[in-house]
Design a protein around this ligand. Sequence first.
Ligand SMILES: Cc1cc2nc3c(=O)[nH]c(=O)nc-3n(C[C@H](O)[C@H](O)[C@H](O)COP(=O)(O)OP(=O)(O)OC[C@H]3O[C@@H](n4cnc5c(N)ncnc54)[C@H](O)[C@@H]3O)c2cc1C
Length: 92
Amino acid sequence: MFSDGNLLPSSSEELEVLIRKNVESCLHITSSAPMGGKNDPKAVVDNKGKVYGLNGLYIADASILPDVPSVATNPTVIMAAEYIADQIKKNY
Ligand SMILES: Cc1cc2nc3c(=O)[nH]c(=O)nc-3n(C[C@H](O)[C@H](O)[C@H](O)COP(=O)(O)OP(=O)(O)OC[C@H]3O[C@@H](n4cnc5c(N)ncnc54)[C@H](O)[C@@H]3O)c2cc1C
């Protein structure tokens, strides 16, 4: 029985219809300010998290991931943020 109270479909066709109706992907939201090369029109930050065109502003969160990672986002963000923080410390 499904959580909505319906019984399991009796045929594979019904099952396929049910799956197509109900299954959806659930990706974490990332990449709204992506990292990229300076000639990349979509890039907001460089490979050290520095915002193009501004001095002293860095981004170190999931927004800079160029694409949704195929691994857990939390440790990916922590790793990127630690790297960016180290790069900033080296420059000051
Ligand atoms: C329900 C759920 C389950 C998840 N499970 C997992 C998991 O099992 N494994 C995994 O790897 N990832 C998981 N994630 C994803 C992971 O939590 C995020 O990808 C990660 O936290 C993103 O980091 P972030 O720094 O970009 O954003 P956030 O962690 O959201 O940090 C943003 C921070 O900015 C602060 N903030 C927002 N606006 C302002 C403002 N105006 N001024 C000052 N501060 C502000 C917020 O308070 C927050 O502290 C899950 C996410 C959700 C929602």
